[in-house]
Design a protein around this ligand. Structure first.
Ligand SMILES: NC(=O)c1ccc[n+]([C@@H]2O[C@H](COP(=O)([O-])OP(=O)(O)OC[C@H]3O[C@@H](n4cnc5c(N)ncnc54)[C@H](O)[C@@H]3O)[C@@H](O)[C@H]2O)c1
Length: 327
């Protein structure tokens, strides 16, 4: 496959670049490095530093390369920031994405794999796992900005063939430590606890201990980023072969509370993690766990890294590596 990939200098995109290259496919990255980092782009990958809304640059790229599909990761991802700056999120995640899709269509590239989020489901009141038919109930502008982009694709099914992937909580790092999460502004639990273990933070703040869960802290379904990356390779094959649009949840179908994660890390790292409780964060939801039956049925994929200790370990090892390179 020959893939045009936006956001390849970011956390998830960079892992997908590796999975594609490891499987022998070609990748061309577009990224404006607004939150990404050029150091995690492999030397032998083509890279264009531009915004996803730059029509002339992207049109020229598509004209001079025979891309089979677009994988679109570029976007802003900070839920809390989206609450205070919603327009920033609608501008980049919705309008820029739609501009990009239209540029692609104009130039004959109409197959898309799009990164969406389980935050689209919001909080679900009963104890059921979340399947793809669960009604959407976004609790913040970030989730809403993603749903609007999905809606554009659903409304334009005649023009595009697409796969929408709703990621649950993505964590961990490449086993060979070729890439990982770099952002210092990350709000991801496992990244933050890796920073505590690595000595770059003193403690973890746990937002809310009064949720209706077994220990009062919020529950999430953590998927290893390398498993998620492999999903992209397989859904791309599915899209090119079946030429049929679809939507899949990406998770393991198993939930861990914040305290479950912290306790697991404390078991491995000899109680290094100090935590403090504070009040719930605006926009956060109680519990998000995927029903994964659909992806397991349609896509030739099985998890290889679905072990919380492995996820935490890989993230901590990556943190040590970036710490060492900063000293
Ligand atoms: N990380 C998660 O847990 C998670 C969960 C659900 C969905 N997602 C989605 O996955 C995608 C990737 O997330 P991530 O965690 O890798 O984020 P990230 O911030 O690490 O990567 C995003 C990349 O996109 C680039 N970018 C942003 N806006 C751009 C623009 N206008 N033009 C060109 N490049 C631009 C950034 O420079 C960065 O390299 C996002 O769309 C996000 O909404 C992530």
């Amino acid at each position: 496959m020959n893939v045009l990939l936006t956001g390849g200098a970011g956390y998830i995109g960079s892992h997908v670049v590796l999975s594609l290259m490891d499987a022998g496919h070609n990748v061309h990255i577009i990224d404006n490095l607004s939150t990404g980092n050029e150091s995690i782009i492999p030397k032998n990958v083509k890279f264009t530093n531009c915004n996803i809304n730059e029509e002339s640059v992207i049109s020229d790229l598509i004209k001079s390369n025979k891309f089979d599909l677009l994988m679109h990761f570029a976007g802003f991802i900070q839920v809390e920031e989206s609450v205070t700056k919603p327009e920033k999120y609608f501008e980049n995640n919705t309008y820029n994405s739609i501009r990009l899709f239209n540029i692609c269509k104009k130039n004959g590239l109409n197959k898309i794999v799009f990164s969406s989020t389980a935050a689209a489901y919001g909080s679900v009141s009963d104890n059921k796992l979340i399947d793809e038919n669960t009604s959407l109930n976004p609790q913040n502008p970030y989730a809403e900005s993603k749903i609007r982009t999905e809606k554009f694709l659903f409304d334009n099914q005649d023009s595009f063939k697409f796969i929408i992937l709703r990621y649950f909580n993505v964590a961990g790092a490449d086993k060979k430590l070729r890439t990982g999460q770099i952002s210092k502004r990350s709000t991801h639990l496992i990244k933050i606890l890796s920073e505590v273990i690595g000595g770059n933070r003193n403690f973890i703040e746990i937002f809310g201990n009064d949720y209706n869960t077994h220990d009062g802290t919020a529950i999430r379904d953590y998927i290893h980023v390398s498993d998620l990356a492999d999903i992209h390779v397989e859904v791309a094959k599915y899209l090119l072969e079946k030429l049929e649009s679809n939507l899949f949840n990406c998770g393991y179908g198993k939930g861990f509370s914040v305290l479950d994660v912290v306790n697991t890390a404390n078991k491995i790292y000899q109680n290094k993690i100090v935590y403090k409780f504070s009040s719930r964060r605006e926009g956060d939801v109680e519990k998000l766990i995927a029903n994964t039956s659909k992806i397991l049925k349609y896509i030739n994929w099985k998890p290889k890294h679905n072990d919380l200790e492995e996820i935490i370990n890989s993230s901590v090892e990556w943190e040590k590596k970036i710490n060492a390179s900063n000293t």
